[in-house]
Design a protein around this ligand. Structure first.
Ligand code: SAH
Ligand code: SF4
Length: 386
């Protein structure tokens, strides 16, 4: 894709994502949610109240480092100002409308946002270490309809706002009491973010980027970009921007290595075919052996799991610092695929590994509560235009 063409394509994608914008940050009572504002926006909001610039840093620390949800708990702020702030602002969280815990301790949250729409978030504890990942949603539903994905059967309702994306993470921290203790001990459990929940993050780039910038801010939640992985089904024109502006780890949902098959499984391939996708991976900034691109490959019995597929895969990604994550297919009500047999999985993994790529098989987590990869879906629907 030429430079000018991809610029035009990016503008089109961003314009389209604005149509599915999240609701306003202003509550019916006129107060404004501070969560999701950039630092500059927070500074502006405080300046409008006549507050001095140092307050920005102070509030940022309370909101994102301490996880405070009430101004009255901000002990370094005098009572009159606490009250003034509480009259103007809130520190919002999505409401956990349902919480389910899997037999393997994975926990799924159904979050309801201010307009009543819902998305799911999953906490996946590490079975060995005392830590885990939070899998965040970026959209309610998805415009894409990858054949093996439950989210893909839910039409896009809307994009999630920056406040709602950061809010999922903060609400899960609340649930696990994972904010720094008064003694200053830092949280360990919720230390990794994967943007692998509902939706295509690169079709909601502005909100995702703003949310991740907040999460990475050193004086707040302060997650390193190395602890954040963004998964895309292959929105090629936005991959460059994600690399340049966020520099987070990239995961690419590959799933097939011949255009004919990928066109079927991941219909976005008709727009951005394999050659373009792989070229975008090759130029992804920061890709090195220390920071490899992850290719996700869902193993579908007799569809994409042959020896020939494995050989073609290693040919296609040759030279890219990458690892290949083999994902056993997670079934959902109405799905039409079967998981690959263990034998086919092992055969595939070995070919990839022998070619020099790590090829871990992802252990399915939270399948019993429909919390595993590709199983998320909510009842939310887009209100019909009048
Ligand atoms: N929309 C983004 C991120 C969300 S999906 C993307 O597609 O990359 C996270 C991962 O789960 C993707 O690799 C997706 O292809 C995979 N996935 C979807 N449905 C699945 C299923 N039923 N079983 C296993 N993995 C699935
Ligand atoms: Fe959307 Fe990703 Fe599911 Fe495809 S796999 S339908 S892009 S959420």
């Amino acid at each position: 894709m030429s430079q000018a063409l991809s610029e035009a394509e990016r503008a089109r994608i961003l314009a389209k994502s604005a149509v599915f914008a999240p609701p306003s940050a202003v509550l019916p009572d006129g107060r404004r949610d501070l969560v999701g504002l950039s630092r500059d926006e927070l500074a502006e909001a405080l300046a409008e109240l006549g507050e001095k610039p140092f307050r920005t840093r102070q509030l940022w620390h309370w909101i994102y480092h301490q996880g405070a949800t009430e101004f009255s708990l901000m002990s370094s702020i005098a009572r009159p100002l606490q009250e003034k702030l509480a009259g103007q602002f809130v520190i919002g969280r999505p409401h956990a409308a349902a919480v389910q815990t899997s037999a393997d301790a994975t926990r799924k949250f159904l979050f309801r946002f201010r307009d009543g729409q819902e998305a799911e978030t999953v906490y996946i504890p590490d079975p060995v270490e005392d830590r885990g990942s939070v899998c965040l949603s970026s959209q309610i539903g998805c415009t894409l309809s990858c054949r093996f994905c439950h989210t893909g059967t839910q039409a896009l309702v809307r994009n999630l706002g920056a406040a709602e994306i950061v809010g999922q993470f903060m609400a899960v921290r609340d649930a696990y009491g994972e904010w720094p203790s008064p003694k200053g001990e830092t949280p360990r459990l919720l230390s990794t973010i994967v943007l692998m929940g509902m939706g295509e993050p690169l079709y909601n780039f502005d909100n995702v980027a703003k949310a991740m910038t907040i999460v990475m801010d050193h004086e707040g939640i302060a997650l390193s970009r190395r602890r954040i992985t963004l998964s895309t089904s292959g929105v090629v024109p936005m991959m460059d921007r994600a690399g340049a502006e966020l520099g987070v780890n990239l995961a690419v949902s590959l799933h097939a290595v011949r255009d004919e098959l990928r066109d079927e499984l991941v219909p976005l391939n008709r727009k951005y075919p394999l050659a373009e996708l792989i070229a975008a991976c090759r130029r992804y900034p920061g890709a090195s052996n220390a920071r490899r691109i992850t290719f996700e490959y869902v193993m579908l019995r007799d569809v994409n799991d042959s020896e020939a597929d494995a050989k073609e895969l290693v040919r296609v990604i040759a030279g890219i610092p990458a690892k290949v994550n083999l994902i056993p297919f997670n079934p959902w009500p109405g799905s039409r695929f079967e998981p690959s047999t263990p034998k086919a999985l092992q055969r595939f993994a070995k070919i990839v590994m022998d070619a020099g790529f790590a090829s871990p098989v992802r252990t399915p987590r939270g399948r019993d509560i429909l919390a595993a990869c590709g199983q998320l879906r909510t009842e939310s629907r887009r209100a019909r235009a009048a």
